[in-house]
Design a protein around this ligand. Sequence first.
Ligand code: SF4
Ligand code: SF4
Length: 197
Amino acid sequence: MSANPSGASAADTYFRDIWLSIKSIAIGMRITLKYCFSKTVTIQYPYEKLAFAPRFRGIHEFEADKCIACDMCAKACPVDCIYIDKSAPRKIDKKTGKAVGGDLLRYAIDYQKCMFCALCTEPCPTDCIHMGKNHDLSSYTRADMVVEFQELDKKGMRTPLPLWADKNAAKIPWVAKEKERIEKGLLATTEADIPEV
Ligand code: SF4
Ligand code: SF4
């Protein structure tokens, strides 16, 4: 056997390479096996769901009957994705706590732009715009990403019904409850408002 410049023979190099290959496969298999037997971190949503962090900010919930269309939320929005229109000034009736005056013609949020910063909720003088707990606004068109909250209010809803909730309500109990909550116009501003799996 001839020696190479490093002093190792060709046979030494051959057997060392075999040893290094076996060693690297063993290290890889050890990592693979470790993950095979450890607790999984992914879940089969929507059959299972994770708990939200307490300060999670999801798709807004909007109480149109308390909105005076003052534009404070739209002015606070850093990406200008809130669109408001009214027929005449509105104000809160102190007896009922509801907005009176002109009609709220439009209250829409473009979720292609919204970054869920919650800055719109802070200046609201009537506390009628809230960060909700739903995160899924999948849709078939870009236009559907602009949520017309005033149109939802006509159906008694405070927030849009996600496609997944509509499609899975019949087979998943917690989704049925969530769909019912949204259709009844009940707010979900805390984790406790969302049904358990
Ligand atoms: S959460 Fe932020 S980005 Fe979204 S509408 Fe409110 S202010 Fe605008
Ligand atoms: S700040 Fe509140 S009351 Fe004023 S337009 Fe926005 S949601 Fe309506």
